[in-house]
Design a protein around this ligand. Structure first.
Ligand SMILES: Nc1nc2c(c(=O)[nH]1)N[C@H]1C(S)=C(S)[C@@H](COP(=O)(O)OP(=O)(O)OC[C@H]3O[C@@H](n4cnc5c(N)ncnc54)[C@H](O)[C@@H]3O)O[C@H]1N2
Ligand code: MOO
Length: 646
């Protein structure tokens, strides 16, 4: 059965519908269970915990020394010390010892002088002792009956200590919600299958259920992963029925769309009731929510980012409700957006961003937007919500970013915006390995985009390889022109070979740029403003080729690897990219130019720890040099050398 309509609710409407339904169905906190206090970290108390005993529960010595009766020391002074007989008027105690009966103060061992006379030992005290000096009195820490932690409190290690100290060995906690996760899809295979063979089309390695399981555990619940279910209505219904019997919440992953093999909606409808069928958010639009046997059942969309977001927005709050706690919110910061983002009206869009601190401003750079791009989440530092009423965010707009990484990590992120080069990944790894406090974030917007980012103060450095048509000189003319108001240091990273990538064996017999106009040759281009694009345009111009006679000239990719991948998968016959990308994917390479790739660094940053680390690696790190050379196609003779300063 094909279902075409999505009655999309807004995020707020959908949230209200869900929680109203939970209210109406009487679904609040789960019941409780008794567990050992020692195993209770992370659990949520179901009752308030009051101290059974005081701590300490007897007066005890707080210091090593002598227990005394303070009244006997009133007259003590330097000139006439008070003499107390050990064993009678002074009793030796160690820290923590119960105070001997009748004694009410302790003098530290370093403040007395022990003297011997007539076979007896005495201590000399030089000043009066105050009542209960250096004595931990009963209940100093915890007084019997006092509240240790309230109900609905997430237990931390220190709480465990206080519960034990006050006489509790067991604690009543909320049951962990059991969340069943059912991956669906005829094309989905268990990850183990690819241990011994590569995956074949149309297979997809199943990973969403593991991501969701992790999120479930992080939210304080327990995950039960069901076996993969094929796209068959009966099988899906059977799994849901089993799941609702044993769990509190059910997640069905994929099949929430409206394709011919998407059965989630029908399955929930036939077993129970659907309350939400689509929401106006992106990604995550096809979310389905229903109830089967009074248990919430979520149809989580198949695309990984959609799955992640709908979990965070809808499932996590339900887990929190079942646990009786408030949803833990991530920290939010204000940041300046470094790239224009258009967003459809009427839809709340969630953009993943990288965040860095440049010149004491938070800068947010969007990463890939597709709902299928799991790496956009792996790379992201935060998420920006673009409201349904906003059509576009222009460069420089202040936005609120919900952080999904620690603020401190973000402060120690070295921000590189500019041209893409595979060595930047190696650099990122060496930085993390040798200087774990720091990390490198590189956004690939092309050489020109990188220089513009430096101009706007949005990056610590930019990778650039811009060939000036007139002078034949790399980078310097562009830095002078675009960054005339800034002092810039150009430091060489490497010389690298650019060339045409073709499938192994060069099936179309491509020899050079002249072949790009052939009818049977489809090209894949790089985005405007990238150095590679300028290189192509210069060569086409020199050869008198009109770019629009090149088929595929208007299809743009953002990285060398994306070009290589387009050639490998047959989306294009050829594209211009660096040798290492051909090498990485086993493509043939027709060299056309040897270009200089430099790092443009604003002089104001040269003395920062971040840039000192980068320069040190370029100049001294043998491991880095070897790794770059092993990529192939790089000449590192000038690596780390200052090419220009001005
Ligand atoms: N004609 C339309 N097509 C689609 C629409 C639409 O409105 N009209 N919406 C798109 C959106 S938005 C989403 S999101 C997806 C929803 O897809 P489903 O929930 O039906 O999921 P599938 O199509 O079965 O799978 C999509 C995709 O997700 C990956 N996947 C699925 N399960 C797993 C898993 N367990 N582990 C890893 N990856 C998984 C896989 O790449 C699937 O290809 O529909 C769009 N289509
Ligand atoms: O809305 Mo879908 O969830 O973008 O991927």
């Amino acid at each position: 059965m094909k279902q075409v309509f999505l009655e999309s609710l807004s995020l707020e409407e959908a949230t209200k519908v869900l929680f109203d339904n939970l209210d109406a169905r009487g679904l609040y906190c789960l019941s409780s269970e008794i567990i050992n206090v020692t195993e209770s970290v992370g659990r949520v108390t179901a009752v308030p915990i009051f101290a059974r005993y005081s701590s300490p529960f007897y007066h005890s010595a707080a210091m090593d020394g002598y227990a005394v009766r303070f009244a006997e020391t009133f007259s003590a002074s330097e000139a006439s010390p008070c003499l107390l007989k050990i064993g009678q008027d002074a009793v030796y105690v160690d820290t923590g010892d119960p105070m001997p009966e009748g004694f009410n103060a302790v003098v530290m061992i370093e403040d007395v002088n022990v003297i011997t006379g007539q076979g007896e030992e005495y201590i000399e005290i030089y000043q009066p002792v105050t009542p209960y000096q250096h004595v931990r009195t009963i209940g100093e820490d915890i007084v019997a009956t006092e509240l240790i932690v309230p109900e609905n409190h997430k237990i931390r290690s220190v709480d465990i200590g206080a519960m034990l100290a006050s006489g509790h060995t067991e604690v009543s906690v909320r049951k962990r919600p059991l969340v069943s996760i059912i991956p669906t899809g005829t094309e989905i295979i268990e990850p183990d299958v690819v241990r011994n063979r590569p995956p074949n089309p149309p297979e997809i390695i199943e990973y969403n259920s593991s991501v969701l399981s992790g999120l479930v555990k992080e939210s304080g619940a327990e995950a039960i992963r069901f076996p993969i279910v094929k796209d068959k209505l009966d099988e899906i219904k059977r799994s849901i029925s089993m799941a609702v019997e044993t769990s509190d919440i059910v997640l069905i992953n994929a099949g929430s769309g409206r394709g011919s093999e998407d059965y989630t909606l029908t399955a929930i409808k036939e077993l129970g009731e659907v309350i939400i069928n689509g929401i106006s958010i992106k990604p995550g639009k096809p979310l389905i929510v229903g109830f089967v046997d009074n248990k919430p059942v979520f149809g989580i969309p198949g695309y990984p980012v959609s799955a992640y977001l709908t979990f965070q927005l809808f499932v996590k709050p339900v887990i929190a409700r079942f646990l009786g706690i408030a949803v833990e919110e991530n920290e939010k910061i204000k940041a300046t957006i470094s790239r224009q983002i258009a967003s459809p009206m009427g839809v709340d869009e969630f953009i993943r961003v990288k965040v860095g601190v440049v010149n004491e401003r938070y800068i947010a750079t969007p990463v890939g937007r597709g709902a299928g791009l799991l790496m956009s989440l792996v790379r992201a530092d935060g998420i920006v919500r673009i409201s349904a009423h906003t059509e576009a965010l222009s460069v420089g707009t202040q936005v609120e970013v919900e952080l999904i990484r620690q603020k401190n990590d973000i402060k120690n992120t070295i921000v590189c915006i500019g041209s893409h080069d595979n060595t930047l990944d190696i650099l990122a790894n060496i930085i993390k390995k040798n200087y774990p406090k720091f990390s490198l974030s590189s956004a690939h917007v092309g050489s020109m985009g990188g220089l513009i980012a430096l101009k706007r103060g949005e990056a610590h450095f930019a990778g650039t390889h811009l060939l000036d048509e007139q002078s034949g000189e790399y980078n310097i003319p562009f830095v002078k022109r675009l960054l005339s108001d800034k002092k810039i240091l150009l430091v060489n990273l490497a010389y690298r070979q650019q060339g045409l990538l073709v499938k192994k064996g060069n099936p179309k017999g491509i020899k050079g740029f002249k072949d790009l106009v052939r009818d049977d040759v489809i090209f894949i281009n790089r985005q405007g403003g990238s150095g590679t694009r300028l290189l192509l345009d210069k060569h086409l111009k020199d050869l008198g080729i009109n770019p629009y006679t090149v088929k595929g000239y208007d299809r743009e990719e953002y990285t060398h690897m994306a070009v290589a991948s387009a050639v490998l998968t047959g989306l294009a016959d050829t594209g211009l990219a660096i040798y290492s990308s051909a090498n990485a994917l086993g493509l043939d390479f027709i060299p056309v130019a040897n270009e200089r790739y430099d790092l443009a660094i604003p002089v104001e940053f040269v003395d920062t720890e971040m840039i000192r680390i980068i320069l040190k690696i370029l100049r001294e790190d043998e491991e880095f040099k070897m790794a770059v050379e092993s990529l192939g196609g790089y000449d590192i003779r000038d690596m780390g050398k200052v090419i220009f300063e001005g």
